[in-house]
Ligand binder design. Sequence first.
Ligand SMILES: Cc1cc2nc3c(=O)[nH]c(=O)nc-3n(C[C@H](O)[C@H](O)[C@H](O)COP(=O)(O)O)c2cc1C
Length: 212
Amino acid sequence: MNQTIRPLRFGHLSIWPPFVAAPIAGYTDGIYREILRESGCPFCYTEMISARGLVLGGQATLALLEHSDKDRPLAVQLFGSDPDDMFNAVQKINQPGAQFDAIDINMGCPARKITSQGAGGALLRDIPKAVEIVQAVKSASGLPVSVKMRIGWANGAGAVEIASRLQDAGADMLAVHGRTVAQGYGGKANWDEISRIAASVNIPSSQFAFPP
Ligand SMILES: Cc1cc2nc3c(=O)[nH]c(=O)nc-3n(C[C@H](O)[C@H](O)[C@H](O)COP(=O)(O)O)c2cc1C
């Protein structure tokens, strides 16, 4: 294979080498990310953070934003189901001097306590709401916006259409977890579907960072 590996261009950011560390709730805290940075990781996400929690200003939620100066560029991963909450949370984060570089929207979490609120992976069955959320987050700051999605709710049908709607709504990058929400973390990831989604959009997507 003679393929030139290029930096990952995410909004105005240029990420080199073109790899990002996947967000993992309960693991990718500030300490874990510092270890990743020491090992050369060029881009990290916070743990998944509740937009509503940020708006309400709970100490435990705000603590999830803490990070060292070296922990950059850093994306804040938000979950929520209310576009106003998402907008207000981003405005709260993006104060002058804020040390964040991007916002990521979680549209993949399969946990019942998240999907029962209409957040995480549940947004993949409510595309108008998902689109509204991307638009709200985009309009709340000048930061690049990405979406972490799955290949669908219970089957892969429609994932290409969903990706295109998210792109049209203003997403600057998509990261695709190659399982349906119903699959949770079990079974095989569907790399063909990741590839189809990546080929269907013009913004960077998983295949860009991980060529087959
Ligand atoms: C314990 C655990 C927690 C995770 N937490 C998050 C999360 O908070 N946000 C997110 O977008 N993805 C989360 N993920 C999904 C991963 O980022 C990743 O997309 C997924 O594991 C697919 O990679 P794989 O095919 O190598 O398993 C989590 C995965 C695991 C196993």
